[in-house]
Write a protein that binds this ligand. Structure first.
Ligand SMILES: CC(C)(COP(=O)(O)OP(=O)(O)OC[C@H]1O[C@@H](n2cnc3c(N)ncnc32)[C@H](O)[C@@H]1OP(=O)(O)O)[C@@H](O)C(=O)NCCC(=O)NCCS
Length: 447
């Protein structure tokens, strides 16, 4: 039945047909007209279901592979305007957070909605600091991996294994338990990452040091040689902390969507984070910074840049300029601008990464080239971040791990928001079935 104007009224008792915030749909198959409410720039897909050709018709659905134009949730965490190149966490511009804040403060902001007071910040930092240790048995999982296991594979597997160490994590509706898992996850991800890295080198694990900051401690767990006292360079610590801020959340991307989708079945947060991290691992998502480095190495020198750009253009999507393009940003990714600036500070300490010149030349040519201009392809967050990680001494295979660590706070914030949203249910998209109609089974000897 179409919603007739006399039947359905809005909250103010105004008939739908008289309201301005309504979409009128005429179904030419039946000649019927429907009034569909519009709220916050959206119609509800379920409102399309009433549009039927007859009583046996299931009703109209929207078809949106890869969610190009479908909002799956309402969120108050991160705002992106891709055309203008704007990114804000809880309303704060990313540029201000990158300049004035630090990762743990930003994680608090994402999770709880406001910047912490000094007392809240100290308490929060204390809890994170005192949850960095891993259960000793977890080390045995790490030891079981081959020396050449990919660090992301190790991280995904061990964070999933953590759910078996903390069975209380299954009490997802208990705020006290949820709080504890939040501390544990944010605190232990760097330790898992550090152990995975040391394992791949065959070096002894470095345990967390509570006298260090979050980012210092992470670098310490990566690089400290047990026989020597070592303190990371403060410029590198700050650069990495800013990179953590920039990667902390990015609204409904593939990994976050996985976190919400998996979490919607009410599984524990460790399993959901493992799934989100698995999504992040792919080369079209968090794996892109690794691919950027491989690409820059393959290009080899500035003189080869035009030939590479030509290959990308002629490849018609087969070969891509990694670190360029974004589903949402159709302008310069604001994070890439900040990263480009901190790259200069890092290179003053570490020496210039020779691949930077190739990257700058690629960017210069691409930003003038009609192919990239027409498709609005600009450098994204991954274009320069790999160069910084490499300068700091982090191996290419570990780059995505450095994305997963800070993104954990965003994942948990989004997961918590999803659990508290009374409109959410277990995620379950529809399909358009194009396969065979019913047919009888044929025994093997008759096929
Ligand atoms: C990020 C990304 C997956 C977004 O993809 P998307 O929104 O689905 O965009 P599409 O794949 O539809 O691309 C649109 C057009 O731009 C082209 N394009 C997109 N990214 C491109 C790139 N990096 N290099 C060359 N061409 C690219 C596509 O071939 C397509 O061209 P067409 O219209 O002639 O077919 C894509 O830009 C990409 O693969 N980038 C490289 C990987 C990367 O850096 N990922 C990190 C994201 S933070």
């Amino acid at each position: 039945m179409p919603i007739a104007e006399t039947e359905t009224k809005g909250a103010a008792g105004v008939a739908l047909a008289e309201r301005k915030d309504v979409l009128t749909v005429i179904d030419r198959r039946t000649g019927k007209s429907y009034e569909i409410p519009v709220a916050e720039g959206t119609i509800r897909a379920i409102d399309l279901r009433q549009i039927k050709t007859g009583p046996d018709d299931f009703g109209l659905m929207s078809y949106d592979p890869a969610f190009l134009n479908t909002a799956a949730c309402k969120s108050r965490i991160t705002f992106i305007d891709g055309d203008k190149g704007i990114l804000r966490y809880r309303g704060y511009p990313i540029e201000q957070l990158a300049e004035k804040s630090n990762y743990l403060e930003v994680a608090y902001l994402l999770l709880y909605g406001e910047l912490p007071t000094r007392a809240q910040y100290e308490e929060w930092t204390h809890h994170i600091t005192f949850h960095t240790m891993l259960h000793e048995s977890l080390k045995k999982f790490m030891d079981g991996f081959n020396h050449d296991a990919h660090p992301m594979g190790m991280l995904i597997a061990t964070v999933a294994a953590m759910s078996t160490f903390y069975p209380d994590a299954r009490n997802i509706h208990d705020p006290v338990s949820r709080q504890k898992q939040t501390w544990r996850l944010i605190a232990k991800m760097p330790t898992l990452a550090g152990f995975a890295y040391r394992h791949s080198l065959g070096m002894s694990y470095v345990y967390p040091d509570n006298d260090l900051t979050y980012t210092e401690n992470f670098l310490n767990m990566l690089f400290r040689i047990p026989s020597k006292s070592w303190r990371p360079d403060p410029v590198l610590v700050r650069a990495l902390d800013v990179l953590f801020i920039l990667h902390a959340d990015h609204e409904q991307n593939c990994g976050t969507h996985a976190m919400r989708g998996i979490g919607s079945s009410h599984t524990d947060p460790y399993s959901a984070v493992a799934g989100a991290a698995a999504a992040l691992y792919g080369p079209l998502h968090g794996g892109a910074n690794e691919e950027v480095l491989k690409m820059l190495q393959e290009i080899g020198s500035i003189s080869q840049v035009p030939a590479f750009i030509k290959e990308v253009k002629e490849g018609k999507g087969e070969k891509r300029l990694m670190g360029f393009g974004h589903r949402v940003y159709k302008n310069y990714d604001p994070r890439a601008k900040i990263i480009k600036r901190i790259a200069d500070e890092v290179f003053q300490v570490t020496g210039r990464n020779p691949l930077l010149d190739i990257a700058l030349e690629l960017e210069r040519i691409a930003l003038q080239d009609d192919y990239f201009v027409k498709r609005k392809l600009y450098p994204n967050v991954d274009f320069y971040s790999g160069l910084i990680y490499q300068a700091i001494g982090i191996p290419t295979a570990a780059f995505t791990v450095l994305f997963a660590i800070p993104r954990t706070s965003g994942w948990i914030a989004q997961w918590g928001e999803m659990l508290g949203d009374t409109e959410q249910k277990i995620a379950r998209p529809r399909q358009v079935y194009l396969g065979m109609g019913e047919r009888d089974f044929v025994p093997i000897e008759k096929r």
